[in-house]
Design a protein around this ligand. Sequence first.
Ligand code: GDP
Ligand code: MG
Length: 151
Amino acid sequence: MERTFIALKPDTLQRGLVGDIINRFEKKGFQLLGLKLVQPPRELVEKHYEEHLGRPFYEGLVNYMTSGPIVASVWQGKNIISSSRSLLGATDPSKAAPGTIRGDLATQVGRNLVHASDSPVNAEREISLWFAAKEIQNWSRSLEPWINEEN
Ligand code: GDP
Ligand code: MG
């Protein structure tokens, strides 16, 4: 089982899409381990996106990510890191396939609604950046055998 960090960016909240997007992850069969609304300080967003420091879009990205509250979440599932990025679709929503979150709900790379970790190392780094250990619940799902054949 893998864990990943999913953030619903400020445009998701402004557009009233929080429920829709969380619903897609739940319906897929992923398990929610942590969830909170955060107004992130600039330093947190800078750490989160440190790999993009120096890129032309960096300043705009940090402004976007600090422009309002974010829904920060931790999810668990089989292959969830690559699978959740498939659910999101391409980074640029104008190139994202129909049926994906970005493909269905967004039009522009600078307003692409959702973040998902891109590797196991980044997932654990981002989870510990945004969450304290006690904010993550390791609960067992009674319908687990109906989602995953084996654990
Ligand atoms: P992701 O992992 O699919 O979110 O994409 P990246 O890690 O490459 O980029 C991080 C975020 O920066 C993206 O989700 C976009 O919000 C933003 N971003 C990336 N490339 C561009 C760009 O060319 N222009 C703008 N305005 N924003 C970008
Ligand atoms: Mg990324």
